[in-house]
Design a protein around this ligand. Structure first.
Ligand SMILES: [Zn+2]
Length: 262
């Protein structure tokens, strides 16, 4: 028996038709299902330790609950729901999008779609949500043609902003979620050189390989029905199920992105 680690991914919460959006009641039901079945949400420290033992035989039920883009519902929907079930999560922020206090008070076009740094600091200090990088600009770089200079500047800026705004040392930020899950080996090396030891993509599957730190598969459950969520999570909880998912969806991802990179 082996014990995969599932990484869940959400973006927005609301009732809109936005495909990135999950109704809050569905999210609540999914957290309830996890809690009822004895799943434990990992902190990043636990994940980094546990990842060395992914595929080990302890049989524990572990998930990493992640959120991309840093929408304001992190504070209004996600955090209160996590609190109710004794769970915690990780948010990957587009650091150029989060409003400061001045943006909210004075700007003619305040960005209220994204979580403020004040709220992020509060959630981080409570230990409900940890914050990591989803780049500074969320630009859609082309892995085939874009060089590394502008990417390096963008990633370094995201580190600076996270460190400044959350008042934590840069070494706190070791996890990077690639926008759209797009990356290649060159970019992965660059990310590692800046301190992003752990790099996440978007792919149906779970972490089964001990010591895996890059191309960590995150299963996007945006707008999934509760029934689909339960079915997938049950499948991913089975070592053979996770391995089959990784193989099938890893192949599809490689095919979609082209033969030149994955
Ligand atoms: Zn994104």
């Amino acid at each position: 028996m082996t014990s995969p680690i599932s990484i869940l991914l959400y973006h927005r919460f609301g009732r809109s038709q936005d495909p990135l959006s999950t109704p809050p009641a569905d999210f609540e039901r999914e957290l309830c299902w996890l809690a009822d079945r004895g799943y434990r949400s990992l902190t990043l420290d636990e994940f980094e330790h546990g990842i060395d033992h992914a595929g080990s035989a302890d049989g524990s039920k572990r998930v990493l609950i992640t959120f991309d883009d840093g929408y304001a519902e992190l504070a209004s929907v996600a955090a209160p729901a996590l609190r109710r079930y004794g769970l915690n999560g990780v948010a990957f922020l587009i650091t150029g999008e989060c409003p400061t206090g001045r943006d909210r008070g004075d700007s003619a076009n305040p960005n209220l779609n994204h979580i403020s740094w004040d709220d992020a600091r509060k959630l981080a200090s409570e230990g409900i949500i940890e914050f990591q990088s989803h780049t500074h600009s969320h630009a859609r770089w082309d892995p085939d043609s874009d060089g590394t200079r502008k990417l390096e500047r963008d990633l370094a800026t995201s580190l600076d902003v996270l460190s400044d705004e959350l008042r934590l040392p840069r070494r706190t930020f070791r996890h990077l979620a690639w926008p759209w899950g797009l990356c290649n080996e060159r970019w992965e090396r660059l990310g590692r050189s800046l301190g992003f030891t752990y790099q996440h993509i978007v792919q149906r599957g779970a972490v089964t390989r001990p010591g895996q730190t890059i191309r960590l598969p995150r299963f996007c459950f945006d707008g999934a029905s509760t029934r689909a969520f339960r079915t997938w999570m049950t499948l991913l909880g089975l070592p053979a199920g996770a391995a089959v998912c990784n193989r099938i969806f890893g192949t599809i991802r490689t095919y979609r992105q082209g033969a030149g990179y994955v």
